[in-house]
Design a binder for this molecule. Structure first.
Ligand SMILES: NC(=O)c1ccc[n+]([C@@H]2O[C@H](COP(=O)([O-])OP(=O)(O)OC[C@H]3O[C@@H](n4cnc5c(N)ncnc54)[C@H](OP(=O)(O)O)[C@@H]3O)[C@@H](O)[C@H]2O)c1
Length: 341
C-alpha cells in the first residue's frame, strides 16, 4: 500500500452512451418488468417487442412499458426481423430451449441467470451461439455494476495480499406460492440465489478443486438451505450459504493476508463496501443501495457495446464464467439430497 491509499475509480462507461439495440423480451414476469424499467430509466436501449405464452399477458406488459409489439408466442418474437437481441426472462428450466430457439433464429441472446440448469446445457448454448456467430451472455447483473468493477480492481491489484478466505451468503425468505418452491421449475435456493454466491467465489478464487456441501430440505421435494465449502488449487477456502427459509445478512467478504474487503448486504446490489488493512487505513466505497435490482441495464449495455464491436461475448462476465458457475452448482448438487433438475 502507498502511504495515502485510495480506492480505484469505476471504469464502467456511461450507459447512456452505448450503441442502441432493439430488444425483444421472452417471458413477461417479475424480472422482465424490472429489466424494461431499468433500460428505460438509465439507458437508450429500446424494447421493441415482448412475448408471452398468452397474448393477453404480452399485451398487458406492452401497455405497461410502451412496447410497440406484443406476441402471444415465443416463436413469433424470435421471427421478428426487427429484433436484434432476445432477453430470456423465463424460469431457469426454460432458458436452454428459449436461448437455443432465439439463436437458431439468428438473434443475439442475453439470458437471465443461471444461463441454464447445469453446465452441460450451458455449454450447448455456448456452442450454438458460436456456430451461429451471434452474441450470447448471462445476465449476471451484479458483475456489471460499477461497484463490482471497483471490487474487481481492488482484488486484481493484489493489495489485499494472498486471498485466504471468501465468505458469502444469500438468503431470502420465500413463501411456498413462489416459483422458487416449484420443483418442476428447478426450484430451491441453489440455482437462484446461490448462483450469486458461486459466481462471486469463482470471480475471486477461480474454479475450486474440491467442494463439500450439505443441504436442509424445505419439504420432501426441494432443498431449502444449502451450505458449501470450496477449496481452491492453492488450498484457500470459500464458504457459502444460500437459503429460502430465512433472511440472512447477504454479505460477502474477501479476506487476504494484508486486508479484508467487506461488502454490506445485500452484497449483490448497488451499495457500500469497505477495505480494511491490518494496522492501516480503512477505505470506504459509499453508494446508495437504490431500488431492488435497479441496475439491470448495465448488463444490457455491456452486451450492446460488445455486439457493436463484433464481440460475441462479454469481457466482464464471460461465457466461461457462466459455465464455471454452473460447474460449481453441479458439484454442490452432486453432494446434496435432491437434484434440482
Ligand atoms: N437478475 C435478478 O436479479 C433476477 C431476479 C429474479 C429472477 N431472476 C431470474 O429471472 C428468471 C425469471 O424469474 P422471475 O422471478 O421473473 O419469474 P416469473 O415472475 O415467474 O416470470 C417468468 C415468466 O416466464 C414465463 N414462462 C415461460 N415458461 C414458463 C413456465 N414453464 N412456468 C412459468 N412461467 C413460464 C412466464 O410468462 P408467460 O407465461 O406469460 O410467457 C412468466 O411470466 C429466473 O431464471 C430467475 O433466476 C433474476
Amino acid at each position: 500500500m502507498t502511504s495515502n491509499p485510495t480506492l480505484p475509480i469505476s471504469s464502467v462507461p456511461d450507459p447512456m452512451d452505448a450503441p442502441v439495440l432493439k430488444w425483444g423480451i421472452l417471458g413477461p414476469g417479475w424480472i422482465a418488468h424490472r429489466f424494461a424499467d431499468s433500460l428505460k430509466k438509465y439507458s437508450t436501449q429500446q424494447v421493441v417487442a415482448v412475448a408471452s405464452r398468452n397474448q393477453g399477458r404480452a399485451d398487458e406488459f406492452a401497455v405497461a412499458h410502451s412496447v410497440p409489439r406484443a406476441y402471444g408466442s415465443y416463436d413469433a418474437l424470435t421471427a421478428d426481423r426487427d429484433v436484434d437481441i432476445v432477453y430470456v426472462a423465463t424460469p431457469h428450466t426454460e432458458h436452454h430451449a428459449c436461448a437455443l430457439a432465439a439463436i437458431a433464429a439468428g438473434k443475439h441472446v442475453l439470458v437471465e441467470k443461471p444461463l441454464a440448469v447445469d453446465a452441460a446445457q450451458a455449454a450447448e448454448i455456448v456452442s450454438a451461439a458460436a456456430e451461429a456467430g451471434v452474441f450470447a451472455g448471462e445476465a449476471m447483473w451484479t458483475k456489471f455494476l460499477p461497484k463490482f468493477d471497483v471490487i474487481a480492481q481492488v482484488v486484481a491489484s493484489g493489495v489485499l495480499g494472498p486471498i485466504r478466505t471468501v465468505l458469502v451468503d444469500h438468503g431470502e425468505y420465500f413463501t411456498s406460492e413462489h416459483r422458487i418452491y416449484d420443483p418442476a421449475l428447478a426450484g430451491g435456493p441453489l440455482l437462484d440465489l446461490g448462483t450469486y454466491d458461486a459466481s462471486f467465489i469463482h470471480s475471486v478464487l477461480g474454479a475450486p478443486t474440491s467442494v463439500v456441501a450439505v443441504a436442509q430440505p424445505a419439504n420432501d421435494q426441494l432443498d431449502g438451505q444449502v451450505s458449501a465449502i470450496l477449496t481452491s488449487a492453492d488450498g484457500n477456502h470459500a464458504v457459502m450459504n444460500t437459503t429460502i427459509l430465512t433472511d440472512t445478512p447477504t454479505t460477502a467478504a474477501v479476506c487476504g493476508r494484508d486486508g479484508t474487503l467487506t461488502i454490506e448486504g445485500p452484497f449483490f446490489m448497488p451499495g457500500s463496501f469497505t477495505v480494511e488493512f491490518r494496522g492501516g487505513p480503512t477505505l470506504e466505497y459509499r453508494e446508495d443501495r437504490g431500488l431492488q435490482v435497479d441496475g439491470l441495464h448495465y448488463a444490457a449495455v455491456d452486451a450492446a457495446r460488445a455486439i457493436s464491436t463484433g464481440r460475441l461475448q462479454s469481457s466482464v462476465h464471460t461465457l466461461d464464467d457462466a459455465v464455471a458457475t454452473l460447474t460449481i452448482i453441479d458439484a454442490i448438487r452432486e453432494q446434496i439430497r435432491l437434484t434440482a433438475r
